[in-house]
Design a protein around this ligand. Structure first.
Ligand SMILES: [Ca+2]
Length: 213
């Protein structure tokens, strides 16, 4: 399955950004990000190269974002909040299965609330060919190993500890893009089609999330 070339690599994303006159010095600022998204340059939100433990991070780290030289990336919850409450954006997932086929899921509407609301997510308007895995996170707050806002009982613990990744956990997630491979829920996408909750299961090789317009 062919991947749309625009989304294919993080390098393409950087190149695309530089083709727009938003100012390189602004690339890490909200103004720079808004400028790029306003011009419909897809903005990378997340990239998980291999399901390692890269997303096993604190609340403070998810708040501001983090990255490494291998391409693993989290934009940051505060930026996500400010972007998605200042304009209307789509959220796109590009999903590479272990067999190297590519799939995508897109949501036509995304909002991430403020830190006081524990970065609660609202997402709707699924389309794609991987099913809807984020429905289970809709309306949920963000949970990290040091901030338990999930629906899992106190005695059963914290989904970020259990899965090894911070996310908008319920009990815990069908959208395992931040989960360590081999942990509960795994580095898997489990998509709903119609009323069938797990119609499509993708064992992931890599994942990306984008803000698009
Ligand atoms: Ca809990």
């Amino acid at each position: 399955m062919e991947q749309p070339s625009l989304f294919h690599t993080a390098a393409n994303y950087v190149t695309a950004k530089r083709q727009h006159d938003c100012g390189r010095s602004l690339l890490r600022t909200i103004a720079g990000l808004l400028c790029n998204v306003a011009k419909c340059v897809p903005l990378l939100v997340q990239q998980n190269m291999d399901g390692s433990n890269f997303f096993n991070r604190s609340w403070a780290e998810f708040r501001v974002g983090f990255s490494d030289l291998r391409g693993n990336y989290w934009l940051g919850n505060e930026r996500l909040h400010r972007l998605t409450t200042s304009g209307r954006y789509k959220l796109r997932f590009d999903l590479q299965a272990l067999n190297h086929s590519w799939y995508y899921t897109e949501y036509s509407s995304l909002s991430v609330f403020n830190e006081t609301s524990n970065y609660k997510i609202r997402v709707s308007g699924y389309q794609g060919n991987a099913g809807d895995a984020l429905w289970y996170s809709d309306g949920k707050m963000f949970t990290t190993f040091d901030r338990d806002n999930d629906r899992r009982s106190v005695s059963d613990g914290n989904c970020a500890v259990r899965t090894g990744g911070g996310f908008w956990h319920s009990n815990c997630t069908y959208c395992g893009v931040n989960v360590i491979r081999g942990r509960p829920d795994d580095f898997k996408w489990r998509g709903r089609l119609g009323t069938q909750n797990v119609a499509i299961t993708l064992n992931l090789q890599s994942s990306r999330m984008w803000l698009t317009c």
